[in-house]
Design a protein around this ligand. Structure first.
Ligand code: A2P
Length: 325
């Protein structure tokens, strides 16, 4: 059974789940979700912008209808798109429909940088190829819509993704329902020590996306330009521990994440790797080996969101300027 941590909503967040960013081939994702559910995953992370909620929803519903597990045994996270901040109720409904469910276990504001929506389209509005910010919806206004759906039971927990410390603290101060979770890029080369400490202080659970450093990211247009080689899977320490524990480098990285008390959501659409990434519950890194990771001095994020470089609410402007000029 997957270990979990309590959320301030009263429910539990599993520490290991399946990530699905860039899982756009429907047949491939369908097979990956089946492989995941068959080997014991009960937590799937998606987002409206991944355009794959319907695939996940269909497989999950089939498994529930077949009596393989109950709805309450599975945990589904999805997220509000950056062009949906002014239309949050609409996007919550769309996600519920895509996922074929009455409620989402955890719903996140995907990113604190709202953009206007293109007329009649689920896409950001662009002028001369540049997305148009929507500063009419401060995130506390969007948050109130999430709170309402939380109070109605349609969202069992609510949180944010890609917020920086200041934004998280600000939202926390203004919120009636305090955020239950924050999800950000986290791995051994970007360990998020301060944000994780803040989340703990605010009694919030923490989810690490890209625990392996997203080796498939170059397939995404979001990553164009400014990318540097950040490769946790190739770190000498990880290679050494993989040998010592007779595990793969991916398994060492996932295990390290969950031993920190964070939830890890490695993405894979390859059934063999889906199973490999789940096989991390039968060994433990020693405290001394965990401490070795603290000696790594690199601290670089992969995801700079350069598509939003002129947005005033961009969460990591200094990293963006330092790396992209
Ligand atoms: P694939 O889907 O073909 O397995 P992250 O979760 O850090 O964002 O990383 C996801 C990327 O890592 C995807 O490109 C995925 O490719 C790849 N990946 C997933 N599992 C493993 C693994 N066990 N070993 C190496 N690469 C992996």
């Amino acid at each position: 059974k997957v270990p979990s941590v309590p959320m301030s909503s009263g429910r539990h967040l599993p520490l290991l789940g399946l990530g699905t960013w860039l899982a756009n081939n429907e047949a491939e994702l369908d097979a990956a979700v089946r492989a995941a559910l068959d080997c014991g995953y009960r937590y799937i992370d998606t987002a409206f912008v991944y355009k794959n909620e319907h695939v996940i929803g269909a497989v999950v519903k089939e498994y529930i209808d077949a009596g393989k597990f109950k709805r309450e045994d599975i945990f589904i996270t999805t997220k509000l798109p950056m062009y949906g901040h002014a239309h949050a109720a609409e996007y919550i409904q769309k996600s519920l429909k895509n996922l074929q469910t009455d409620y989402v276990d955890l719903y996140l504001i995907h990113i604190p940088i709202p953009f206007q929506r293109e007329e009649g389209n689920d896409a950001p509005k662009a002028v001369d190829g540049v997305f148009v910010p929507d500063l009419s919806v401060p995130y506390i206004e969007t948050w109130k819509v999430l709170e309402k759906h939380y109070n109605e039971g349609k969202l069992k927990a609510i949180g944010v993704s890609n917020f920086n410390e200041e934004q998280l603290q600000d939202l926390y101060n203004k919120a009636t329902v305090k955020p239950h979770n924050i999800q950000v890029e986290t791995h051994i080369l970007h360990p998020q020590k301060r944000l994780f400490a803040l989340a703990k202080k605010l009694k919030m659970t923490f989810t690490a996306y890209s625990p392996m450093g997203s080796p498939g990211r170059l397939a995404s247009p979001l990553i164009a330009g400014g990318d540097i080689d950040i490769a946790p899977l190739k770190e000498p320490l990880v290679l050494r521990l993989a040998q010592k524990y007779n595990k793969t480098t991916a398994q060492i990285l996932i295990r390290q994440t969950i031993q920190r008390g964070m939830s890890a959501i490695p993405k894979s659409t390859n059934p063999t790797r889906v199973r490999e990434n789940f096989d991390v519950l039968n060994f433990e890194l020693t405290a001394a080996d965990m401490a070795e990771f603290d000696k790594i001095t690199v601290n670089e994020r992969i995801f700079l969101f350069d598509f939003a470089k002129n947005h005033p609410w961009h969460p990591w402007k200094s990293d963006l300027r330092r790396r992209l000029g």
